[in-house]
Design a protein around this ligand. Structure first.
Ligand code: PPS
Length: 264
């Protein structure tokens, strides 16, 4: 889960929180700009690992930190997470760092990412984010997405997109499993994907203790598993917003990248 309090504390303080206390160069970083689908990917991978290594643990929000730890929740990450020789997979929202030797980068249409981020801060954290048009022009807006993407391009080992994950989750997750040298049979992977569907994750969220929401300072009435749809931006972006977006992508030198993923 994205803990925006720790994230911003880290950015603005001298105490940088981007590595575990016990760093390992074989750690695999599950990197993304906030609201790109990191939790979804974590659930699928977590369910697949639990099944493959026959672990007696349930994939839910309360256990997430033990399975795919989030660097902003705690830097105290056990050296081994108990999935055979599989390296630790750690979630981060950082820009690329040279200490991140192995990485999976998750992207989502920046316009939908903006919508998701806006509602997460506004309704999940009751932040005064202003109007949506102002938000996308703020320092957490499109520019910040561009900066993130630019820092990661050509640095990741595997890239997966939210939209491809929607369309063909098995093919997308297999890119990660191949990278991790995990030969998980299709039927078992299908099961992990099914367990991590939007509806199932929403139900798991409903059944979760309120502890994790409290830990993330999230409003207890907000559904983190919120909408889970592509092209939400069509109802949220004005013509001017779209024009602004296109200009930012061009100014960031990201036209080729954005076109490749149908984000332009
Ligand atoms: S965070 O806070 O940065 O970790 O957020 P992140 O997990 O990266 O992204 C949250 C968005 O992912 C959606 N989500 C899903 N969509 C489809 N299917 C499944 N299973 C799923 N799980 C999470 C979640 O609803 C957020 O998107 P929005 O558009 O707000 O619904």
């Amino acid at each position: 889960m994205f803990n925006f309090n720790n994230f911003f504390k880290k950015i603005f303080s001298a105490d940088k929180v981007y590595l575990p206390h016990k760093y390992r160069s074989d750690d695999v970083w599950l990197a993304s700009f906030p609201k790109s689908g990191n939790t979804w990917v974590s659930f699928i991978l977590g369910n697949a690992l639990i099944d493959y290594f026959e672990k007696e643990i349930e994939m839910n929000f309360d256990n997430l930190q033990k399975i795919i730890p989030d660097i902003y929740v705690s830097q105290d990450i056990p050296e081994k997470l108990g999935f055979g020789n599989t390296p630790r997979i750690i979630k981060t929202h950082e820009l690329y760092r040279s200490e991140y030797k192995k990485s999976i980068y998750i992207i989502r249409d920046p316009k939908d990412t903006m919508i998701s981020y806006y509602y997460y801060l506004k309704e999940g954290h009751n932040q005064k984010v202003g109007a949506f048009s102002d938000f996308i022009r703020s320092d957490r807006g499109i520019n910040s997405w561009c900066k993130h993407a630019k820092s990661w391009i050509n640095k990741y080992d595997v890239i997966i997109s939210y939209e491809n994950l929607k369309q063909d989750p098995r093919a997308e997750i297999k890119k990660i499993l191949n990278f991790l040298s995990l030969d998980i049979p299709d039927e078992r992977l299908n099961e992990a994907i099914k367990k991590s569907s939007f509806d199932n994750m929403r139900q798991i969220e409903k059944n979760s203790s309120l502890k994790w929401k409290k830990e993330h300072k999230m409003d207890k009435n907000f559904y983190f598993i919120r909408k889970g749809e592509v092209r939400q931006w069509q109802a949220g972006f004005s013509k001017e917003d779209l024009f602004f977006y296109e200009r930012q992508i061009a100014a960031g030198g990201l036209e080729y990248f954005a076109k490749k993923y149908n984000y332009l």
